[in-house]
Design a protein around this ligand. Sequence first.
Ligand SMILES: [Fe+2]
Ligand SMILES: [Fe+2]
Length: 502
Amino acid sequence: MADGDVSSVDVIVEEAAAVQADRFVEVNYDDAIPNNVDLSSDRQLLRALESWHPGYLEWWQEMGPDGFQDFEVYLRTAVGVDPAGWAKFGYVKMPEYRWGILLAPKQEGRTIPCGKHKGEPAWQEVPAEYRALLRRLIVVQADTEPASVEQQRHLGRTAPSLYDMRNLFQVNVEEGRHLWAMVYLLVKYFGRDGRDEAQALLERRSGHQDNPRILGAFNEATPDWLSFFMFTYFTDRDGKMQLAALAESGFDPLSRSCRFMLTEEAHHLFVGETGVGRTIEATCTAMNKAGITDPYDVAAIRALGVLDLPMLQRKANFHMAVTRDLFGSEISGNAAAAFSAGLKGRFNEAKLTGDDHQLEDATYTVTRVVDGEFVNEEVPALRAINSRLLDDYIDDCQGGIDRWNKIIEKAGIDFRITQPHKGFNRRIGEFAGQRITPAGEIVTDEEWAETADLYLPSTEDLVFLNSLMQPSHEAGAYATWIAPPRMGINQQPVDYEYVKIA
Ligand SMILES: [Fe+2]
Ligand SMILES: [Fe+2]
């Protein structure tokens, strides 16, 4: 990013600190499964996790990063949950990474922040009446974690630098740790059912015909690095929103687990934001050097070995639409049930002011399509929980987009990345089945077919993008289409040997 911008590093560190304002608990790394949950005192649980562990490692070997498992990677490992110093850095071979179980510290006297049980002490055990609903919430979250590792498994081979390769692997091992975090909850609190679910998590496969991952976006391919950066910016941000909502859960172990996961998630968002930002920077710099001022002079721009901005917009459109679908139907009885039960809150639930956190009588404005027109309808707020989380997500996406636009503006190029209309290209929820342009016009199927290539990546776009995906695997080398980062990881230089490729 250009000098003088608000550094996204600062923003993200702030985000992390905000969600993780708790204190320190020791983690014992002598244990086979590092943890701060006193695993050694619960023999039955320890045995259950130990018997899941080999299957996990097999899954990692089979479905984790393809081809780089024997190399030393400069990785961050969580060693505590203290925001001031929770991680250490060092070279690790990925299969030897210490996936641990870490919960944010217990907040004494914590109460259920929302729903019918608001104000009652947070549950330390699964409330019997909500057992099935709670298990489902945990399983759906858990399933996304290994899914993204599977989606990204071929990317190492085309990494645009060792720095980026290391960031990819960092994200991958942490998604693995998130799986551990959720499996711990399933195995500890859900008995036999939980163990079965933990096993099934190792068996589903992203994009598999017969046994796919649960949610649509997690069955899409992540075939190239731009997709990876868009995924970590937009789709990991769905992860952030879901984790934030689950961090408000009245089921305290889930809340504590998600609070710590959010700390790691901040890095994934950073990888996405800076990855797209650096791509934009390389494009703008190359255009300026070549004296190209028109961002739509696509052939000339592509000849420079960089990605044109209109195509970046189309890629962003695609990822935004697919990710918005992850929020589910805007109006949802299940979401109402989870909120009322106190199992899942809204974004920042405990800090929200202005309502009673029970929402029995409240309403929320939801945009729907009625007879081919948009209408804003007041619906019971309880049934609009998903709609609200989606709206909060869309707001949350804007900060990074504004910072991308600053890079373009500073380069003096007349182009802005924007978010498409909420209904654009949706498959789930209120807008499914409608043809809605990014500008928010409802059009016919014929009109859509004629113009879709303006809004979504065309085959030609993808072929060109793919042609740029050549490995750049020497320390300090960066592919033409992406600018080097402003600083390295853990204060190392940008030409550090982040992955030791023998
Ligand atoms: Fe995750
Ligand atoms: Fe993530």
